[in-house]
Design a protein around this ligand. Structure first.
Ligand code: DC
Length: 207
C-alpha cells in the first residue's frame, strides 16, 4: 500500500496549501476532506436533508464552484457535527487513503478517526487572529466583501463547534507533529512540513 499522510488543523491554518505541496512533492493524490462537508452543507442550504445529501454525494459534487464561501463554510461546520453524516462519509475517505499510489488527506479527524494508522501525521495550526487575517485577504481577493472582525468571529465560532462536537472532534492525534504557522510565511511552512514528512516516512521497502 502507498504512503498515507494525514494533515489536520483548524480553518485557514495553512493545511490546504501544505497538503497540496506535500502531495506534489511526493507524487501522492490529495483529498481536501472539508470539501465533502462543504458539498453536504451546500445541499442543506438548498433545502436538502443533510444525511440524504451525504449518502448521495458523488466525487463530481466536490468540483462545484461555490463551495468556498463563508455561508457554505458555516453550513459545513454544522452538518459536520452530525454523527450520521460523518459516518456516511467515512468509506469514501478511507478508500481514497488506500489508493495504491498513496495519498494526502487533510481535514479535522484524519489522524484520529479516518486514518489512525497513517505513518505520517501533521497537525497544522496558527493563532485565530493570524488565521482570520489570512482568510479575510482570501475572501476579499475572491470578491467577498467582509470585515476582519466578522471573519475572526466566524473562525472562533467554527473552532468551538469543530473542537467541541461529541463525534470526531478536531484534535491532534497523539503521534502527530505540531506545526504552528503563526509566524511563518507559506514557503517556510511548506518547507517545514516537507522536512517532517522526509524524517518520518517509512523507507519504500517497509512501506
Ligand atoms: O477545512 P474546511 O474549512 O473546508 O472544513 C469545513 C468544515 O468541515 C469545518 O468547519 C469542519 C468540517 N470538517 C470536519 O468536520 N472534518 C473534516 N475531516 C474536514 C472538515
Amino acid at each position: 500500500m502507498g504512503l498515507t499522510i494525514a494533515v489536520d488543523g483548524p480553518a485557514a491554518s495553512g493545511k490546504g496549501t501544505i497538503s497540496r505541496a506535500i502531495a506534489a512533492r511526493f507524487g501522492l493524490a490529495h483529498l481536501d476532506t472539508g470539501l465533502l462537508y462543504r458539498a453536504v452543507g451546500r445541499r442543506m442550504l438548498d433545502g436538502e436533508e443533510p444525511l440524504v445529501a451525504a449518502r448521495a454525494l458523488r466525487a463530481e459534487d466536490l468540483d462545484a464552484e461555490d463551495l468556498r464561501g463563508p455561508d457554505v463554510a458555516e453550513a459545513a461546520s454544522k452538518v459536520a457535527a452530525l454523527g450520521e453524516v460523518r459516518a456516511a462519509l467515512v468509506d469514501f475517505q478511507r478508500a481514497f487513503a488506500a489508493r495504491a499510489g498513496g495519498a494526502v488527506l487533510d481535514g479535522r479527524d484524519i489522524g484520529t478517526v479516518i486514518c489512525p494508522d497513517a505513518p505520517v501525521k501533521l497537525f497544522v495550526t496558527a493563532s485565530a487572529e493570524v488565521r482570520a487575517e489570512r482568510r479575510h485577504k482570501e475572501l476579499l481577493a475572491r470578491g467577498h466583501d467582509t470585515r476582519l472582525e466578522e471573519v475572526l468571529a466566524d473562525i472562533r465560532a467554527r473552532d468551538t463547534r469543530d473542537a467541541g462536537r461529541a463525534d470526531a472532534p478536531m484534535r491532534a492525534a497523539e503521534d502527530a507533529v505540531l506545526i504552528d504557522t503563526s509566524g511563518m510565511g507559506i514557503d517556510e511552512a511548506v518547507a517545514r512540513a516537507i522536512a517532517e514528512v522526509e524524517a518520518r516516512r517509512p523507507e519504500p521497502d517497509d512501506a
